[in-house]
Design a binder for this molecule. Structure first.
Ligand SMILES: Cc1ncc(COP(=O)(O)O)c(C=O)c1O
Length: 401
């Protein structure tokens, strides 16, 4: 989206505000399906955790996408958005047996990632099809918090425990219809991904009743010009070849599943915030905005560097700024960044604000969560209004003191 459009939206809906470009979401979805077009049965399950607004989920439904969910609440949101249960995959980590059973009752595909639940679930529900999340112990991912396939990770069942898995499956007679991995986010090296896939193929041979293999996600997207991104086209060519060969070896057609979040929505999102104060100190010029890590925590949590543009003065002379929030602790979005000259009242646009931005927002410092706008067919739709004071009191039960 261009600066004038974004500025118009900020003027119309106020700041701070999240804006999502539907056309970009659609083109990313098509890009991925195109990269794997030679696979007969391809299933893309959008990872709801990245951005869970119901209008965004409906957009994915219209694209014929499925959903990847990690909590019963995400499952319920998906059903509310109109997805049928068989298009939803549930991949929890560390949740209770009762939640898993409740989701299974809804008819959603269960993915189990620990031996204890596998054994309990298999014993009680041997006829419910279950997918198993394998940890291939491949180190991938751009940051230690999002690198989840390594030896110390809490995710998945270790590949070294395969004999144990097989014993449970045999003893319970449970029905395993899928096998899954997700090694982490921001994978740069396709070869690492392909290597982990080989481990998954090897594992798959031990299960005779599979309908699908889920390769998770982790596609890296560019944050600024010249950034390296996962080459999904190359991955498509290489993995498709290997997948088709495996299908022959396995002796039946399988569905190839991916569950991307970031790849599908990151670049479609913009976060617009107003500069409240320009503060010159002895060493730095700070631009203090009407937001903080309560709205966009990624720079503080993961060190992610969102490209920031002054859309009120896009062609102005560039100067160095540190962009900071209003939260009462260190709250830095960018340090010594070249941004076209900023005046108080200007609107800054943060790029890559589609994934893990609004969905990670909070009310810290008792601030309201911002509005969300969907830009579709040259029209701006308000898809969430910003919060008001009542929202802060909602669910509180005041007592007489
Ligand atoms: C199990 C699982 N699948 C898919 C995803 C989506 O990953 P990404 O946003 O990197 O595509 C995640 C992210 O944390 C995940 O945990």
């Amino acid at each position: 989206m261009e600066a004038p459009q974004l500025l118009k939206i900020a003027n119309e809906f106020g700041s701070p505000v999240y804006v999502y470009d539907a056309a970009k979401i659609e083109s990313q979805y098509q890009r991925l399906t195109q990269a794997f077009s030679k696979v007969e049965k391809l299933q893309i399950n959008y990872a709801v955790k990245a951005l869970s607004n119901v209008s965004i989920l409906k957009l994915f439904k219209n694209l014929n996408s499925g959903l990847d969910t990690v909590s019963i609440q995400e499952v319920l949101l998906g059903l509310h958005a109109g997805f049928s249960p068989d298009k939803i995959m549930y991949t929890p980590n560390g949740v209770s047996m009762s939640e898993i059973e409740e989701v299974a009752t809804l008819g959603v595909q269960i993915n189990i990632d620990n031996l204890s639940i596998l054994e309990q679930f298999g014993a009680k529900h041997p006829h419910t099809p279950v997918c198993i999340r394998i940890n291939p112990h491949v180190m991938a991912g751009g940051n230690s918090n999002i690198s989840v396939g390594h030896i110390d990770s809490k995710f998945g069942i270790s590949i070294h425990q395969l004999p144990h898995i097989l014993r449970i499956v045999e003893n319970t007679g449970m029905h395993i219809n899928g096998i899954h991995m997700h090694t982490g986010s921001d994978i740069l090296d396709i070869e690492v991904f392909l290597y982990a896939s080989e481990i998954l193929f090897e594992t798959a041979k031990h299960f005779k009743t599979l309908d699908f293999i889920d390769f998770g996600s982790g596609f890296k997207v560019p944050y600024k010009k010249g950034d390296i991104e996962t080459n999904v086209e190359e991955l498509g060519r290489k993995l498709t070849k290997r997948f088709l060969a495996f299908e022959k070896e396995y002796g039946r057609e399988l569905t190839l599943v991916f569950e991307p979040g970031k790849f599908l929505v990151s670049e479609a999102g913009y976060f617009l915030a107003k500069v409240n104060v320009v503060k010159q100190t002895t060493s730095t010029v700070f631009a203090g905005i009407d937001s903080g890590f309560n709205h966009l925590i990624r720079p503080m949590l993961y060190g992610s560097e969102h490209y920031i543009e002054n859309i009120s003065n896009p062609k102005g002379k560039e100067r160095f700024y540190s962009v900071v929030g209003y939260i009462c602790e260190t709250d830095t979005f960018a340090t010594n960044r070249r941004i076209s000259e900023i005046k108080e009242g200007d609107i800054l646009a943060f790029r890559n604000a589609g994934a893990y931005c609004f969905s990670m927002s909070s009310n810290y410092n008792s601030r309201y969560k911002p509005a969300e706008v969907l830009w579709k067919d040259e029209k701006a739709y308000l898809i969430r209004q910003h919060e008001v004071f009542e929202d802060l009191l909602n669910n509180q039960l005041p007592i007489e003191l």
